[in-house]
Write a protein that binds this ligand. Sequence first.
Ligand code: DGT
Ligand code: CA
Ligand code: CA
Ligand code: ZN
Length: 586
Amino acid sequence: MQLTNREIARRLGRVADLLEIAGENAFRVRAYRNAADTVGELASPLTSEVEAGADLTALPHIGRDIAGQIETLVREGRLPALDEVARQVPPELADLMAVRGLGPKGVKALHDRFRVQSLDELEALARAGRTRELPGFGAKKEAALIAGIEGLRAQDQKRTRRADAEALVEPVRAHLAALAGVEWVEVAGSYRRQCDTVGDVDVVVACADPVAVMAALVEVPGIERVVSQGDTRATVILDGGLQLDARAVEPAAAGAALLYFTGSQAHNVALRQRARERGYRLNEYGLVSDAGAVAAGGDETAIYRALGLAWIPPELREGGDEIAAAATGRLPELVTTARIRGNLHGHTDWSDGRDSLAAMVAAARERGFDYLAITDHGPLVRVANGLSAQRLQQQIEAIHRLGAELEDIDLLAGCEVDIHADGTLDLPDEVLAQLDVVVCSIHYHLRQSRAEQTERVLRAMDNPHFMIWGHPTAREINRREPIDVDLDACFAAAAARGIAIEINAQPKRLDIDARGARLALAHGCRLCVNTDAHRTEHLDLFRHGIGQARRAGAEAVDVINTWSLAALRAGLRPDRAAGRAAHESG
Ligand code: DGT
Ligand code: CA
Ligand code: CA
Ligand code: ZN
């Protein structure tokens, strides 16, 4: 198995932790810590460098001793320095260093006094009120210790953002797909259903020789360790700790396996029930009639068809009304990323974006967009170099000048304007009136009460320039809870005014999420899938937001940035459009 840079860095860091706990020379500790940082940041795989005979001491912070350590690790799979320090302190103690507020001295004291070696042991001691006996610990520190352990556990239980899982699993998928005898590889489970986070990833491989593929799996780069391995299934841990469950299946049964492992469990249960009512048994190996004849197994569509159903997109397989809809030809034709015509929320280096206006426009043209709105931050967001009314005025002119030169794309002048705590907007109406697109977002005062927050948004929506509600709940996955706001009331107001609800496609946001988007559609709102691009590459993020739109059952017509610009101008906030037209003609 190939060691990744991340794993090598992790082991060097472990040596540093243990040396520190053992009370070794601070220079030596720092040497390992620095070496771990160097390795962690390297772009090219260190194992290949070693195999090519490269001189590792040419790297920053890698001296002759540590270079030798790394070479032994790559060649023999063991780190002599780790073995050596493990003779002084149990290597498990390094895990305790991850507890917030617990340093090497504390770990050493706990070990010397109580012989603790694991997190469980430490927790039991603290909960029993024993750790306070240690000099310098006390009851307060004991409470902090318990909180630190709980925090660490909560972190471990966190689900992985889908985009992060994508970066880890796609290379594995590609590697497996290239193996001899492999027909196709799909990542099933919540990943395929486009859930915003995944607990683990489930990979189905259709292949002639499952045993050979499972044997090859554990050699795939990017796999940190193997949990279990059988003839047709394996569970491995990817770098970074994400679990991957793999199943290798012969092509004739692979459709049934894919269907089963895509889930959701509620969908599977409903489908099996329908199969039973029609005289079949459905399981992960196929659809079999009560008489024992295999009705389908190689392909999902055939299984659905045999059950009198249209093929159901994975995003809809949540055990709601999707089976009834598939039985009666009422499945929506879900929006796709290919239907997107432009981005209506994005930044440049006028505020906190990395790239210039010209670069963003060039990137949008490369991608064939019909239109691009530039929506830098307004003045409130000072940390993001927000634009004053005066600078915005200059930017509007710059956008118009650039737009006049271009025939293949329409440039729209816009702004991402903050909704103040009292529901007023952060720029005067005269300024907002000059913009083609106004995205209104909340960045501050996230902890207002539900009543205040709802009042704030409703009041803001009364402003006729409020066109798109940007990242409505301000949540950041695994980092920040959504604001407490009455979405029913806000969506009803948005629908009545022709305000679009953003699905922000930044992987850390995915806001509004699929459930909220479904609610918005039920209220009659339109959605707008935006990348909130802060650099040119971000214009490729649409697929993450589209995944949420699809889970909400959205069709292209429900997503305003699949529309033509003319339709957009007429349909988005029509009262504002009418007001402007009257103003211009009068
Ligand atoms: P996750 O991993 O928590 O994000 O969610 P899933 O849906 O990927 O769940 P996972 O990985 O436990 O299992 C993958 C699929 O396998 C699941 O969606 C449905 C199917 N499955 C697993 N266990 C069962 C079960 O006990 N009964 C049924 N009917 N299906 C199951
Ligand atoms: Ca899963
Ligand atoms: Ca699984
Ligand atoms: Zn933004």
